[in-house]
Design a binder for this molecule. Structure first.
Ligand code: ADP
Ligand code: ASP
Ligand code: MG
Length: 460
């Protein structure tokens, strides 16, 4: 069971979590993975950033807030004996926070490696509290730092796990706890390199921690507890009439999360694929709702669009090889430069007669993309051999996802029609031959109207 930030957001929430876990322990053996309390990771990152700019006050405020929120949970939920154990350990983490921020403010910089150690402190603190809350309910539990379980490369900030090493390490470390019937309460988000340096799995990465641990333990199921009833037909904040989808295939879930459905971290599905472990998305605040089951595709699933997702802040980049660089060479060099910098592309289109390549990237990556392309084509641009890349900003991408869109004619036509009727211009289109998704780029100001129109058109 993985619990997200809102699910462990305060004392009431953590009490609810403890009840959900204890309700299962007679039915099954449970391992728990937790995120930091809601808002804590953002707070840690902001404090560190301000400190590195030389602000020596901001993080002191954050320190108070951090101490207050965790202390309040301890006061409300833990027996005196538990408090005596947990409070010094929380104080130790807050001391680490202070030391790191003080260091950043002195040297006026943060390395990605130091940022990982700092930004994942919230998970260490929430794991301590959730384990203690379980013990206070009479349920034997122990907090475990995932740096002892998940082994990754040293790509700080967005590390990639080594699956086999992680499986061995996780099983070895958790075996003694299992023998003693102790529930491990594991920090999400955090991991470590082979040398033991703390890394993180990217923002929202606790979902990934959940399936990594589930995969390593060969769990029967992974339950991801969050603050919505399941995977919805669209982001409920954009389309209020969105509703829950009872079943989603692994490929659909991967596609939805890659294209921005925040309910799942983009890499969540990878670790459970090999053993086809089902993943359930469930609502901590409405636990009787069964939620969404993510599993193998069903042959009898109805045809058509299953859900929509959006990336709201993207840019379209156009690179033209003119009559100087052939399309294949142009594309090869563009993608090589992006892959070297680890920059994902969101959609790609080509118009090969005049050697034009157009692709979309996350707006947060734009600066990086410009630098990568300017470096890759430095000489050509200097000698006006090809034009500098053109950027169209403020673009949003709406993605229609459905395993069974394949072989169903007319889906794109209906989507275009729905947008056309409302006067929404489609800037670019991409659909792969797998027909698992269709991506449409529109102006970002029109994204809400665009998703709502398509949601209505397909009666989702
Ligand atoms: P957690 O802290 O539990 O990991 P997140 O905030 O990361 O929760 O993810 C849950 C949120 O994802 C929901 O509150 C919802 O606003 C958002 N979301 C975006 N797209 C979807 C979707 N298609 N289905 C469900 N939720 C979505
Ligand atoms: N706490 C981390 C974050 O906010 C990881 C997570 O919540 O999944 O990104
Ligand atoms: Mg999340």
């Amino acid at each position: 069971m993985k619990f997200g930030g809102t699910s462990v957001g305060d004392a009431d929430c953590i009490e609810r979590v403890a009840a959900l876990v204890t309700a299962q322990v007679t039915e099954a053996e449970v391992a728990v993975v937790v995120s930091a309390m809601a808002g804590v990771t953002d707070m840690l990152i902001r404090a560190a950033t301000e400190a590195s700019r030389g602000d020596r006050e901001h993080w002191k405020g954050a320190r108070q807030e951090l101490a207050r929120r965790h202390r309040e949970v301890a006061d409300r939920l833990l027996y005196a004996g538990e408090q005596a154990q947990v409070l010094p350990r929380l104080a130790e983490e807050i001391g680490n926070f202070e030391n790191l921020c003080s260091g950043f403010s002195l040297v006026r910089e943060i390395t990605p490696r130091a940022m990982d150690a700092l930004s994942s402190l919230g998970e260490k603190m929430s794991a301590l509290l959730v384990a203690a809350a379980l013990r206070s309910k009479g349920c034997a539990a122990e907090a475990v730092d995932a740096t002892e379980l998940i082994v990754t490369d040293n790509h700080f900030g967005n590390a990639s796990p080594y699956f086999d090493e992680t499986a061995v390490k996780t099983r070895d470390r958790l075996a003694p706890l299992r023998r003693r019937h102790l529930i491990p309460v594991i920090t999400g988000f955090r991991a470590a390199t082979r040398e033991g340096l703390c890394t993180t799995l990217g923002r929202g990465g606790s979902d990934y921690s959940g399936t990594l641990i589930g995969g390593a333990l060969e769990a029967d199921e992974v339950w991801i507890w969050t603050d919505v009833d399941g995977v919805m037909t669209a982001d409920p904040r954009l389309v209020p009439s969105a509703h829950i989808v009872p079943e989603v295939s692994y490929r659909e879930a991967a596609e939805l999360s890659y294209f921005g459905a925040k309910v799942l971290h983009p890499k969540t599905i990878q670790p459970v694929l090999k053993r086809q472990i089902p993943v359930w998305i469930k609502n901590t605040f409405n636990p009787t709702c069964p939620g969404t089951r993510i599993g193998a595709a069903r042959v009898d699933a109805p045809p058509g669009v299953k859900a929509l997702t959006t990336i709201r802040a993207a840019d379209l980049i156009t690179v033209s090889g003119r009559d100087r660089l052939g399309f294949s060479e142009l594309a090869a060099r563009v993608f090589e430069s992006l892959s070297r910098e680890d920059i994902p592309t969101l959609m790609v289109t080509q118009s090969s007669a005049d050697n034009v390549l157009c692709f979309a990237v996350h707006d947060a990556d734009l600066l990086h993309v410009r630098e990568a392309l300017e470096k890759a084509f430095e000489l050509e641009i200097l000698h006006d051999y090809i034009a500098p890349p053109e950027v169209l900003p403020q673009v949003a991408i709406v993605v229609l996802v459905g395993e069974n869109m394949k072989g169903t004619p007319g889906i794109s036509g209906r989507a275009f029609g729905a947008l056309g009727k409302r006067g929404i211009n489609i800037i670019a289109i991409a659909q792969g031959s797998s027909e698992l998704s269709i991506s449409l780029a529109v102006a970002s100001g029109e994204v809400k109207e665009a998703v709502t129109a398509i949601h209505e058109e397909f009666e989702l």
